[in-house]
Design a protein around this ligand. Structure first.
Ligand code: GDP
Length: 313
């Protein structure tokens, strides 16, 4: 991820370094190259526009740092603006004053929510918390079982609904009806949070259903779950590999759920990464975590400054 963007940007700066003095036309040329590099990396157009106009304004303005040569100054500005579009400060989980802290996960099917649930639980446990997972994704076949497996790997208990009618269970019929014999996801989510409170777990992570595309019913279900469990954090999980569609998807979830933070998943892939760079800026919500593989430990807190340095390295 970001390799090509990183190469392009560092190449641009390399050209500048050879110059003793940098003119306005050098600045304009550099900004043009940055613009092309960002567009090629799939960064959304409004984000590119905002980014380049900020860099231009600052680079042509009277921002002089005695200790830096002109090329270094531009790199510094680009770095700071990258940190800004990635969300600025590292944003931590807000824990509830009265446990359990309720974290709801939302996103499209296949975005990596269930995998993330396990990683987040494992990471929290590692930090001394006592998380519990709740399987409220009753849409996708096997989602409940998958969460149970994930919970086992993470060494964290899972609240899963009982399947009501095992006798004569027909997955296809139940899937089509949307209930799959588990009852309704809103009650399951509510009961899961109650169970976490009863067992005095201090964090409860609620996995919810996604669909392949945004639809009104899905959004309503997520909004109903939100109303029922009043989460302290709603993490929107987005597959960094889906390209430009990421921005549109993020905006739809933002309107429907007003989530509190973003998790970028599949950052280990070879996508160009620009869409991922656009999500924080277009939704105004911070990227909080990055998922970088299928294993439970392949997960990190997202630090905008470190990510910017990685891109400009
Ligand atoms: P959900 O439908 O949103 O719950 O998505 P899943 O958690 O089931 O993930 C969908 C697929 O993506 C699974 O095959 C996961 O193993 C895979 N996956 C999830 N997160 C990552 C990641 O960070 N990197 C990679 N390479 N694969 C991932």
């Amino acid at each position: 991820m970001f390799n090509s963007l990183s190469d392009r940007l560092t190449g641009t700066f390399r050209n500048l370094r050879g110059k003793g003095r940098i003119t306005d036309s050098d600045v304009n040329m550099t900004i043009k190259e940055i613009r092309i590099a960002l567009l090629d990396a799939d960064v959304a157009l409004p984000v590119v526009r905002h980014f380049t106009s900020q860099v231009r304004e600052r680079a042509l303005g009277a921002e002089v740092h005695e200790a830096l040569n002109p090329a270094q100054q531009i790199v510094k500005i680009v770095n700071e603006e990258l940190v800004a579009i990635l969300g600025g400060e590292t944003r931590r989980i807000t824990f509830a004053k009265q446990p359990p802290t309720v974290i709801m996960l939302a996103g499209l099917q296949g975005s990596g929510k269930t995998t993330l649930a396990g990683k987040l639980a494992y990471w929290l446990k590692d930090q001394g918390h006592t998380p519990m997972l709740v399987a409220a994704d009753l849409q996708r076949p096997n989602a409940v079982t998958q969460l149970e497996v994930v919970g086992q790997r993470a060494g964290v208990p899972v609240y899963a609904p009982e399947r009501g009618n095992v006798e004569g269970y027909d997955a296809a019929v139940e899937y089509a009806s949307g209930t799959r014999g588990y009852g309704d996801p809103i009650s399951v989510a509510r009961q899961g949070v109650e169970e976490a409170r009863r067992q005095q777990r201090d964090v409860v992570i609620v996995d919810t259903a996604g669909r392949l595309a945004i639809d009104a019913e899905l959004m309503q279900q997520a909004a109903d779950i939100k109303d029922a469990i009043r989460p302290d954090e709603i993490l929107f999980v987005i597959d960094a590999m889906i390209g430009q569609a990421a921005v549109e998807t993020a905006e739809a979830f933002q309107r429907g759920l007003d989530f509190t933070g973003v998790v970028l998943s599949k950052l280990d892939g070879d996508a160009r990464g620009g869409a991922a760079l656009s999500v924080a800026e277009t939704t105004g919500k911070p990227i909080m975590f990055a998922s970088t593989g299928e294993q439970v430990k392949e997960f990190e807190v997202f630090h905008p400054d470190r990510m910017a340095s990685r891109i400009l390295d």
